[in-house]
Structures are given as structure tokens and as C-alpha cells.
Design a protein around this ligand. Structure first.
Ligand code: GUN
Ligand code: ZN
Length: 492
């Protein structure tokens, strides 16, 4: 039982929650974005991060502080909050990232946790091993054991009120991620970052990102707050939230700005090549791309501000979408921004059955916005429920809105992508769905699957299907014993 994390709302596997951070005396609403503050190079003052951007929590690197003589003593003396000028919650990383980049660091988990406590961190991190993607299994397992020893050292350490991260590693082996998640959830640690994702995200491998997260989530408990370490590009936040991630950290806003890059919800643009700013944040409202190019001294900071504005804007949009039950429609829109995002969305839908477990039974009208919509969890759930419906001996299921006189025992509606249902259920979620008049083969195939499930559950019923010129691929899914009529050919 983790009483520091409370889930308020769900949509798919996404949730709005509250993470209590006792040492900071604050509660942070999730999904939350933690801007990364480099203690040596402050791009935007932390006080502004809170006041102008709404950041409730930030993340900085205790290892950099520990190994930089110039600031270490000052931070020890003043405390991290005073040093940074930030009175929200502060998470600190441990140097694991440096370990992954340079192969070696000179602190142990016990030492760096003690240091994090002394500088006043609110959420501290042990020295996990971020195993990169695509390594052989033997290495992934060996390094995971090292990470698990670090978690044991963290459990044994005297950490007071600080929350402690329990990173979940396992490289590109979803079953190792699951095992790592289960092990981490069995510790008494508090926050669960899915680690070593940066190389995958830099390579736009969003399907692999989803598989790693879903693997970790299978092992973790539902009430574990999950952090996607190193994720902060606004394009992928909706997808990651829908997969069940609660915390994100963005270094991208500052790193990208340094290279003249401008983030949007559908990708990254180069200031050099832009004629217009498509955004209305304070930076974009007050400047044109040409003006920014003429002010090289200010451009980096202004780009960083824009990058952070769009990222927080997207996070608010995601939270609103969860409240309205429209998160998957938002993910669908984001999936159109880049083919790699579409891969990520398709990978997420491979797990529709898991998404269904936390998906509310009723929400705002389902919109069918792409053929991926046919694979949403609501469709699966409808199919699962078909076997519970009472079915007469002779049943017509038809797309025709006004069936003429007939001699069936009952006439049901047939609505792609859901399939058959009694008219009495027409006004219940998700069957109130808005679907295009011109359905596609994916929606028809999903509806045909519904027919198949209904027939399978009622072998004694004689079912007739009236469809409006469905694709052959969909009709092929309807069992042979069903009578099939094409309404278009019957002129109805
Ligand atoms: N920052 C980005 N990825 C990681 C990770 O896997 N572990 C830690 N500790 N920090 C990270
Ligand atoms: Zn802007």
C-alpha cells in the first residue's frame, strides 16, 4: 500500500493523481513535468519555472553538485531549495546517467543518498545501471542485478522523509522490465522511474518505449507512481501518459533550444528554417522567427521558454483529455504527427486488453477518428460483453436504420467498429459513438469480429447480417453459418 500516491481519474491506462512529497510539504498533481535544471547552466530561473510555467517539481543532478567543488559547499550550506531559488518539490538524480555515459562514477548508492539527504532533496535516486537498448540478455540480467542491489542499499539507508526512486531497468527485454517492476514494487521505495529510455527516445523508437513501459507496468502495482526518465518531448507525452506514466522530466526544452530547435506537439523544427511561429505562447506572440534569428544572444533563452510553454500546455491538454475520457483521441491526433508516433500508438493498442482494465465504463462520446480507433479497448470490452446478452432464436443484425417488416424474433443494430447490439443499448457508452458515414475496412472487420463472438456464444441462434457494402476482408471474418445480405445490393 502506497499512501503517498492517490489516483483521482483514469482514462485508458492514463491517470490524474496526487503525489504527496512530505519533505517538501507539497502535493504534486500528476501527470507532472519536472524541468531539468543543470546546477551549472541555468537557462530559465527556477523561480520563474514555478511562477510563469506552473512547475510544481523540478529535477537536478546531485552527482554534478557533489563533483563540482565550486558549488558543493554552497549547496550543503544553503540547501538545494535556497540555492536554486525554488520552493516546490525537488527530485535529484544520482549520477547513473553519467555512469552510463562515461562508464564509471566515484560514489556508491549509500554515499550519494546521504549526500542527497544532506542537500535537502525531496526525492532521491540510488545508483542504478541504465542498460542501453539491444544489449545481449546476459548483460541486461547482470546489470539488473546490480540495480537491484542498489535498491536494497537504498532500503537499508537512513533517508528520513525523503521519497526514494526505485528505477526499473531491463533494456529491450519486456519480461525483464516486468521482473524488475515486480522486484521494485516489492521494496519499500516510493517512485518508479522506467530507466535508460533516452537512447530509445532519441532514435524515435516509440513502439519499443511503449513495450518497455507496459512491461514495467505489468510488474509494478497499479498504485505505483511511474516516472518515464528522460522523457519531455511534448509530441510523446500523451502516448506515455496513456501507457500509464505519471512523471516526466524535460531536459529537451533547454538542450534543443541550444541547437536552435523549436518543439511542437508534432515534432521538432529549426528556427533557421521557420517563417512563422504556429504557437501563441508569450514568446511566439511577441516575436517572429526572423526577429529571434537577429537576436542570437536571447534566442536560446526565448526558444527554451517557448519549448517549455508548449510542453506544459500539452500536459494541461492531456489532463483535460483524461477528465473528459478523450485521451486516446488525443494520442490518435499525436500519432498523425510522425510515423514513429503511429508505431507507438499501434504498440499501445496491442495492449488494449490491459488498457481496458482501467478504462472507465462510461465517458464522453467515443469518436472514431482513424482505423486505429477500431482497436480501442472500448471495442474489445463490447465484444467481451456480447456473450452476456439474451439472444432469441432468429436474429437480424443490420446497419439499416429502418428495417422494414420482417419475420425475425429481434432486430439489432450493427455498428462498426463495435458490431451487434440491441437497439435498447443505443444510448449507452460506447455505442453512442460518433463514427464517419463512410466506414473503413478496419471498423467493418472489428464489427464482423463482434458478429463472430455473438455467434460463438449463441450456437443455436440463426443470425442474419445486413451490411452496407463491407470489404471482403471484413466479410471473411463472419462465420459461414451466418446469412449475409448486402443492403447496398438490396437497394435499402
Ligand atoms: N536519467 C535518464 N535515464 C536514467 C536512468 O535510467 N537512471 C537514472 N538514474 N537517471 C536517468
Ligand atoms: Zn511559443
Amino acid at each position: 500500500m502506497r499512501d503517498h500516491f492517490e489516483i483521482r481519474d483514469h482514462d485508458a491506462a492514463g491517470r490524474i493523481g496526487r503525489l504527496a512529497v512530505p519533505r517538501a510539504g507539497v502535493t504534486v498533481e500528476t501527470p507532472a513535468l519536472l524541468p531539468v535544471v543543470n546546477p551549472n547552466v541555468v537557462t530559465i530561473e527556477p523561480s520563474r519555472l514555478r511562477e510563469e510555467f506552473g512547475a510544481e517539481m523540478l529535477i537536478t543532478n546531485s552527482y554534478i553538485i557533489h563533483s563540482t567543488d565550486r558549488i558543493r559547499d554552497r549547496v550543503l550550506e544553503e540547501g538545494l531549495h535556497e540555492f536554486l531559488g525554488f520552493d516546490g518539490a525537488i527530485m535529484t538524480d544520482s549520477g547513473s546517467f553519467q555512469l552510463a555515459e562515461y562508464g564509471d562514477i566515484d560514489v556508491t548508492t549509500a554515499e550519494i543518498l546521504s549526500f542527497q539527504r544532506r542537500i535537502g532533496s525531496d526525492v532521491a535516486t540510488p545508483v542504478d545501471v541504465p542498460t542501453p537498448p539491444d544489449v545481449d540478455r546476459e548483460r541486461a540480467e547482470r546489470e539488473l542485478s546490480t540495480t537491484q542491489r542498489a535498491l536494497a542499499d537504498a532500503e537499508a539507508a537512513d533517508t528520513g522523509e525523503m521519497l526514494i526512486n526505485a528505477p526499473v531497468q531491463g533494456s529491450t527485454f519486456p519480461d525483464l522490465r516486468e521482473q524488475a517492476g515486480r522486484h521494485a514494487a516489492d521494496t519499500d521505495l516510493d517512485v518508479f522511474p522506467v530507466g535508460a529510455m533516452v537512447p530509445m527516445m532519441n532514435a524515435y523508437r516509440y513502439a519499443d518505449v511503449v513495450e518497455a513501459v507496459m512491461g514495467a507496468k505489468r510488474g509494478l502495482d497499479p498504485d505505483c507512481p511511474v516516472h518515464l526518465f528522460g522523457a519531455g518531448h511534448p509530441m510523446m507525452l500523451a502516448l506515455a501518459v496513456a501507457a500509464g506514466c505519471d512523471l516526466f522530466d524535460s531536459a529537451a526544452y533547454a538542450l534543443m533550444a541550444r541547437d536552435g530547435r523549436y518543439l511542437t506537439v508534432s515534432g521538432t523544427e529549426h528556427l533557421e528554417e521557420m517563417a512563422y511561429f504556429p504557437c501563441s505562447c508569450p514568446v511566439c506572440a511577441d516575436h517572429t522567427p526572423a526577429e529571434l534569428r537577429d537576436r542570437p544572444d536571447d534566442a536560446e533563452r526565448l526558444l527554451a521558454e517557448h519549448n517549455l510553454h508548449v510542453t506544459f500546455e500539452e500536459l494541461r491538454r492531456i489532463k483535460a483529455a483524461i477528465r473528459d475520457g478523450r485521451l486516446l483521441e488525443l494520442v490518435d491526433r499525436r500519432a498523425r504527427g510522425h510515423p514513429a508516433m503511429l508505431d507507438g500508438y499501434r504498440a499501445l493498442l496491442d495492449h488494449a486488453e490491459r488498457l481496458e482494465r482501467t478504462d472507465p465504463v462510461s465517458k464522453d462520446t467515443f469518436f472514431y477518428t482513424s482505423h486505429e480507433s477500431a482497436r480501442r479497448p472500448e471495442v474489445d470490452r463490447h465484444h467481451d460483453r456480447l456473450s452476456r446478452l439474451a439472444v432469441p432464436g432468429r436474429l437480424l443484425v443490420t446497419e439499416s436504420k429502418a428495417p422494414s417488416t420482417h419475420d425475425y424474433d429481434a432486430v439489432w443494430r450493427l455498428k462498426p467498429p463495435f458490431g451487434p447490439f440491441p437497439r435498447a443499448l443505443s444510448e449507452t457508452y460506447p455505442l453512442t459513438a460518433e463514427v464517419p458515414d463512410r466506414t473503413d475496412a478496419a471498423a467493418q472487420a472489428a464489427a464482423a469480429e463482434g458478429v463472430r463472438r455473438l455467434v460463438e456464444a449463441n450456437p443455436d441462434t440463426a443470425v442474419t447480417v445486413g451490411h452496407d457494402d463491407w470489404a471482403t476482408a471484413a466479410l471473411d471474418r463472419i462465420p459461414d453459418e451466418v446469412d449475409v445480405e448486402n443492403l447496398a445490393e438490396l437497394g435499402r
